[in-house]
Write a protein that binds this ligand. Structure first.
Ligand SMILES: C[S@@+](CC[C@H](N)C(=O)[O-])C[C@H]1O[C@@H](n2cnc3c(N)ncnc32)[C@H](O)[C@@H]1O
Length: 299
């Protein structure tokens, strides 16, 4: 008993360990933004995961004693975060999107799209959520957007399409964990290639849009993600161009197309000067997302 008390004193409390890890990550000059905002956020993800604590147990969790075994697990994750520059979500295997837990592996991009906010609102005010019966998530990766849309639109059938069989395996696992197998279907498809004849009320996409030149300059954390999820030819515009050109044939009358293009926004405006893009704003930050109505694409 006495020995146990001494061990606990040596290993410290969760709050102290969290402070130490946050300081260590800060020192290591890492890149954040893969589901965590900064060193402290990243430290909390790693420490809580390794110690099997729940984030809703804060602040009581900070006062809990850390066992030596728990501390070792934390040290192991922190070492990998710093040495391998892996986003913390790949170390914990989980992240949150639109308030929903999403499993991730290095076969999928770590979910972080501002589109989460739009999914939460069922794409309102741009379409009447009560009327939405069909949604296509193009380039679904982990399935995060398809799953968030299905939760917000309980009457909708959702196609979650991707070119990567490995990503679709992760998406299928998430769909099953969310018990959405009846309404969300994972589809192998090269843009619209596997979706002939299908039309949707909403087509939503966070496609690859990073140019090769920009990709080479990205922090190491991005290199841990599948390049297929980030890089696109033609200065980042190749997949966006295919999404735009096929959208009219796959939208219902009155439907909407919503696409994230991030920093490629200026290039998109230059390449399609006549398209009446609406550029969306988000309360929680982020941008580079355009919206077009089916009628806009007709013109
Ligand atoms: C930026 S990631 C987005 C993943 C997920 N939707 C998210 O927001 O986290 C882009 C996804 O598009 C997929 N992709 C790339 N090229 C594609 C293509 N030609 N057709 C369909 N999907 C493609 C990639 O495999 C990747 O999963």
């Amino acid at each position: 008993m006495a020995q146990r008390a001494v061990r606990k004193a040596v290993a410290g409390r969760v709050g102290d360990l969290l402070d130490q890890v946050a300081a260590e990550l800060e020192q290591a000059n890492l890149h954040y933004g893969h589901g965590t905002a900064d060193a402290r956020d990243d430290a909390a993800a790693l420490v809580f995961h390794a110690l099997r604590l729940r984030h809703d147990q804060v602040p009581a969790a900070y006062r809990r004693a850390v066992t030596p075994a728990g501390r070792e697990r934390v040290r192991g994750l922190v070492r990998r975060r710093i040495e391998e520059r892996l986003p913390s979500a790949y170390l914990t295997g989980i992240t949150w999107f639109a308030g929903h837990p999403i499993r991730v592996t290095p076969d999928v991009l770590v979910p972080r799209s501002p589109l989460a906010e739009l999914c939460e609102r069922g794409f309102e005010p741009w379409i009447d959520a009560a009327r939405v019966q069909s949604v296509l998530d193009l380039g679904t990766g982990s399935g995060c957007i398809a799953i968030a849309a299905a939760h917000a639109l309980p009457r909708a059938q959702v196609d979650a399409a991707d070119l990567s069989p490995a990503a679709l395996a992760v998406a299928r696992d998430n769909i099953r964990r969310h018990r959405l197998q009846r309404r969300v279907r994972a589809v192998l498809s090269d843009v619209y290639g596997g979706l002939a004849g299908r039309r949707y009320d909403v087509i939503v996409s966070n496609p690859p849009y990073v140019s090769s030149a920009e990709y080479r300059g990205l922090p190491a954390e991005y290199r841990a993600e599948p390049a297929l999820g980030l890089k696109a030819a033609a200065g980042g515009l190749a997949i966006v161009a295919r999404i735009l050109s096929g959208a009219r044939a796959h939208l219902q009358p009155g439907g909407i197309l919503v696409v994230e293009v991030g920093d490629t926004e200026a290039a998109v405006r230059r390449r399609w000067p006549r398209l009446p893009f609406i550029w969306l704003e988000f309360e929680r930050g982020g941008g580079g997302v355009f919206l077009l109505g089916a009628a806009d694409l007709a013109s």
